[in-house]
Design a protein around this ligand. Structure first.
Ligand code: ARG
Length: 486
């Protein structure tokens, strides 16, 4: 056999072998198909298929850059881009070349290999050239970041709607007074609008955190390739700019192994869920007969299958409960990344389920809370009546004495005795006479009879950030200026 013949034979043999046994994803290195359970465990297509549009966009930007740099031909780049646009449409329901519906393949592992396999099947060499100077490691990080940037923008818009809901409710009930609580004991009267503005403060911080996390998410890992960069003369700034990233991640190892962006987002999401859970808990309490402060809109409440009289606050309860899920997602991600050596590790494939769950759950909970909050029926009379019990103006009595020279600690003691007497006698602070006040301390002046009322108590709290109507009006107007009515 001549050398030539023998080479040809061995080439043909190796091609045949590769066709018979090579692996759909990993190619010639493998001589055995994966075990069925391995294939299932290894595949992430069930979770990451929702990245298809971002994967296609990333590939298009990469292909254009390869052509601009003379690494593939302009014609190849064009065919890749056109085919990716078609593939995206097919994933979204357009029929395939033979009229067939799009189907994901578990054997092809993930969204990246699924799209690329189709591209190769349809375009041959041109499709196979797309993966030049790229790896799934920089590809998946790019896709996930692009998805999260978009999700963050959507969430920020919904948070704005949530804040608007709180402001709308506050504006509609500017005068309403309810007891403020500490330890869930009636403490001092406050304006409902003041209470609602406290949540506006929380959600504004949440939005601030999301915007801040987005800045670091918007940095491009593309071009880091597997971990060390690539010998091809790529232009990372071109792909970054084409995809809407604000910068390029300078270190290739960091680019493929960093998941801080997912953790930062999920941490901000968890904290926002904590805030939503606190409001939800108040809705559960306030809608109970014991409080009777609000009624939930029917569209956002549920009934009981056995007790016909019930109107249950299931939605706030669920939001409260789902805060636990998102905290779990955060813990999953932190635990996932802890102790991982550089650079990419397959563990990181698990990041998406937690990240997607956190983003989806938060979006739903923000949206439903934004919808129900401005529609709450406020039982203003019940809120005001609740201020008539519980000696909520006792601090005002002590303040009255302290303003007249008695050291506050001593004033506190005097009023403590006064309250104890009222409890024993079944009296309220508001129906005591001046003589009765003076039995406990002779320095009471006649204006105590006014100072001890609920309205005067609220009016008196004029310090910056306090609940005095003047302050709350200012705060509400300032918040409205920051969040104009849509
Ligand atoms: N599906 C993989 C993931 O989500 C893509 C990256 C795979 N990279 C690799 N070297 N196996 O993480």
């Amino acid at each position: 056999m001549s050398q030539e013949t023998s080479q040809a034979t061995s080439q043909a043999t190796s091609q045949a072998t590769s066709q018979a046994t090579s692996h759909a994803t990993w190619g010639g290195r493998f001589s055995e198909a994966p075990d069925a359970l391995v294939a299932r465990l290894n595949a992430s297509i069930g979770v990451d298929q929702r990245l298809y549009a971002h994967d296609a966009r990333g590939s298009q930007a990469h292909a254009r850059m390869l052509a601009a740099q003379g690494i593939i031909s302009p014609d190849e780049a064009q065919r890749i881009c056109d085919e990716l646009t078609r593939l995206t449409a097919e994933v979204e329901g357009a029929p395939g070349p033979r009229g067939e519906p799009w189907a994901w393949s578990e054997a092809l592992e993930d969204v990246h290999m699924n799209l690329e396999a189709q591209l190769r099947a349809r375009l041959g060499d041109a499709g196979a050239r797309l993966h030049t100077a790229r790896s799934r490691n920089d590809q998946v990080a790019t896709d996930t970041r692009l998805w999260l940037m978009e999700r963050t923008d959507l969430l920020l818009a919904r948070l704005e709607a949530l804040i608007d809901g709180f402001l709308t409710l506050a504006e509609a009930h500017e005068e309403v007074i309810l007891p403020g609580y500490t330890h869930l004991q009636r403490a001092q009267p406050v304006l409902l609008a003041h209470h609602l503005l406290a949540y506006v403060g929380m959600f504004e911080r949440d939005a601030e955190r999301l915007r801040d996390a987005r800045r670091r998410c918007a940095r491009s890992p593309l071009g880091a390739a597997a971990l060390a960069g690539t010998p091809f003369p790529i232009d990372r700034h071109a792909t970054a700019a084409a995809l809407g990233f604000e910068a390029v991640i300078p270190n290739s190892l960091d680019a493929v192994s960093d998941r801080d962006f997912a953790i930062e987002f999920t941490s901000a999401a968890a904290l926002c869920m904590i805030h939503l859970s606190r409001w939800s808990e108040e809705l559960v309490l306030w809608s109970s007969q014991e409080f009777g402060f609000i009624e939930l809109p029917d569209a956002y409440a549920t009934g009981s299958s056995i007790m016909p009289q019930k109107k249950n606050p299931d939605i706030p309860e669920l939001v409260r409960g789902k805060a636990g899920r998102v905290v779990g997602d955060l813990v999953s991600l932190l635990t996932l990344m802890k102790g991982l050596p550089l650079a990419y590790n397959k563990d990181m494939q698990e990041d998406k389920e937690a990240l997607f769950d956190a983003a989806d759950t938060l979006l739903d909970c923000v949206t439903v809370t934004a919808a129900l909050t401005p529609r709450l029926a406020i039982r203003a009379a019940r809120m005001r009546q609740a201020c008539d019990q519980g000696f909520v103006t006792a601090t005002d009595v002590a303040d009255h004495l302290a303003a007249r020279g008695l050291p506050f600690r001593d004033a506190h003691h005097v009023v403590g005795r006064l309250v104890r007497w009222c409890i024993a006698e079944g009296r309220a602070l508001t129906d005591l006479t001046l003589d009765e006040f003076r039995r406990f301390y002779e320095g009471f002046s006649p204006d105590i009879l006014e100072a001890v009322t609920v309205e005067a108590s609220v009016r008196a709290r004029q310090s910056e950030g306090g609940t005095a109507p003047r302050r709350v009006r200012e705060a509400l107007a300032a918040a409205r200026a920051r969040h104009p009515r849509p």
